[in-house]
Design a protein around this ligand. Structure first.
Ligand code: FMN
Ligand code: SF4
Length: 480
């Protein structure tokens, strides 16, 4: 089984299209520019130069690539939008922050082949006319930072990384670091608190005002009458890697995999109540139940899968929906989402009230507090979920949670409050009998190990979660 971190080797998961090789996660890691060139490295940038920006964007659009950072936004539309935005300076950013619970795919990709990611970044920079490129990555991702830095240096020395500077910015551990507007703040040397406007409207080092009047020194290089919004393109690690393969092998090749709405492969993560945790390259369109069986080894002996979550951003997938295909359209059709294709699985021993509490607590702690509805709402919901989980709750707690969930998204700068609303309300709707049992003073399945699965490592089939997060306070300090 092609499970990164679980030993590798063996046949690929059945979810891979027969006869189509893995292109994102090679069997052996690519560790030098020479190896990358041996696999066709360098060709995508050359093709992008030959095609020019319009045809490059068109090819990616024909391929139907959708961003792999979680939202699934069509990549070509984003690139075309940044190209069409007015601004004298443009920037491009690779999002390697990977903060979504139950996702390890970006780290797996960077370990397997950082060269494809850097080349994808160079293609993006060339296509949108960026003057500079950045990679935002967590400081604690040591091996990935080293691999990425080496890949940039080697590709630049070989003349295969375009002719603009590429800077690796090591960022903090906060969940919001991966949110694109917060990512830009970190690259500018500030805390990970989302700015108001989107990167294409108010990009890196932009000195135009976001709201009303702002006194900001003008970024050098702008004339007095020139636009200062600096449209910036932000793409996920995997999205940029995909671009390289699409340009070299063509849009039709990409469309020969996956489904018409969700073409290509994806790198999936499976953790939680499974036989082994894993990361694997899969064909989109594979059933979630097959992913759990083939990448996670299935439910633990004698147990049944009760629920699965795609990260902490999408509503719960209940047992009766596990046959859903892993595509953007199929996951949306069941009221959930594909996200970053990183799944946490829970079996029939898990307390779903505790899951709701732990997920809500994660979002409350990670909320930056710029928007009162988000910080105060996640706080109140978490507190009351905690009371119910401890069998001390009342009907009033349920009513207040419902009311708060309706307002937790009000006037928010980013999607975090919506994540709270989607995840917690879906658990309330799907498992009313578990809430009722708690209100009557009984937790049918108490367990001490439920956490929001913020991943530190997946090795030899074992997922390690960030234990420190249990001690993280909502002001981002830690208890001793
Ligand atoms: C709270 C929050 C956290 C996020 N964390 C990540 C992350 O760690 N990595 C990532 O690529 N995208 C993350 N995103 C999504 C990014 O904001 C953005 O949509 C993405 O990087 C765009 O890349 P794509 O178009 O290639 O998918 C996050 C979004 C939110 C709201
Ligand atoms: S919605 Fe929440 S996390 Fe996002 S900017 Fe506002 S307070 Fe911060």
């Amino acid at each position: 089984m092609d499970v990164a971190g679980a030993g590798g080797g063996g046949p690929p998961p059945a979810g891979l299209t027969a006869g189509v090789e893995r292109y994102l996660l090679p069997a052996e890691p690519v560790t030098s520019v020479a190896e990358w060139q041996g696999l066709g490295g360098g060709q995508a940038l050359e093709i992008a130069r030959r095609l020019g920006p319009d045809s490059t964007v068109e090819e990616i659009g024909t391929a139907g690539l959708r961003g792999r950072g979680g939202a699934g936004f069509p990549t070509a539309r984003k690139w075309a939008g940044v190209r069409a935005s007015t601004g004298t300076h443009r920037y491009v950013v690779c999002n390697a922050a990977e903060g979504e619970p139950s996702s390890f795919k970006d780290r797996a990709l960077l370990r397997a082949n950082p060269y494809q990611v850097v080349e994808g970044l160079a293609v993006a920079a060339l296509t949108i006319g960026a003057r500079e490129a950045f990679v935002g990555i967590k400081d604690r991702f040591g091996p990935e930072v080293r691999g990425l830095t080496r890949a940039i240096e080697e590709l630049q020395a070989a003349g295969l990384a375009g002719d603009i500077p590429i800077t690796v910015v090591r960022g903090p551990d906060e969940y919001l670091f991966g949110e694109e507007k917060a990512l830009l703040e970190v690259i500018e040397g500030k805390p990970p608190m989302p700015r108001l406007l989107a990167p294409f409207e108010h990009g890196l080092f932009a000195t135009g005002s976001q709201m009303g009047w702002e006194s900001v020194p003008r970024e050098p290089g702008h004339g007095p009458a020139l636009d200062v919004s600096n449209p910036t393109l932000v793409n996920n690690v995997e999205t940029l890697a995909q671009v390289v393969h699409i340009l070299v092998r063509g849009a039709e090749w990409f469309r020969s995999m996956g489904t018409s709405g969700s073409p290509g492969h994806a790198v999936a993560t499976v953790v939680g109540d499974v036989v082994h945790a894993g990361v694997a390259e899969i064909d989109l369109g594979m059933r979630l139940s097959d992913l759990i069986a083939e990448v996670g080894g299935g439910a633990r002996p004698g147990r049944q899968v009760k629920a699965a979550f795609s990260g902490i951003s999408n509503p719960v997938v209940t047992a009766d929906r596990l046959g859903t295909r892993l595509t953007y359209e199929d996951m949306a059709a069941i009221g959930s989402g594909l996200g970053a294709v990183g799944f946490a699985v829970y079996d029939d021993t898990a307390c779903m009230v505790d899951v709701a509490y732990q997920y809500s607590r994660f979002l409350w702690v990670e909320s930056c507090g710029q928007c009162p509805a988000c910080k105060l709402g996640t706080q109140e919901i978490t507190h009351r979920l905690g009371e119910i989980a401890a069998c001390r709750g009342s009907e009033e707690d349920v009513a207040v949670i419902g009311a708060r969930l309706g307002k937790v998204t009000d006037a928010n700068r980013c999607f975090l409050g919506t994540e709270e609303q989607r995840v917690v309300s879906s658990i309330l709707r799907a498992f009313p009998e578990e809430f009722a049992a708690h209100l009557e003073g009984d937790c049918p399945s108490p367990r001490a190990d439920i956490v929001a699965p913020k991943l530190v490592e997946i090795a030899a089939g074992v997922a390690t979660y960030d234990e420190r997060h249990r001690r993280k306070r909502p002001d981002w300090t830690y208890e001793d």
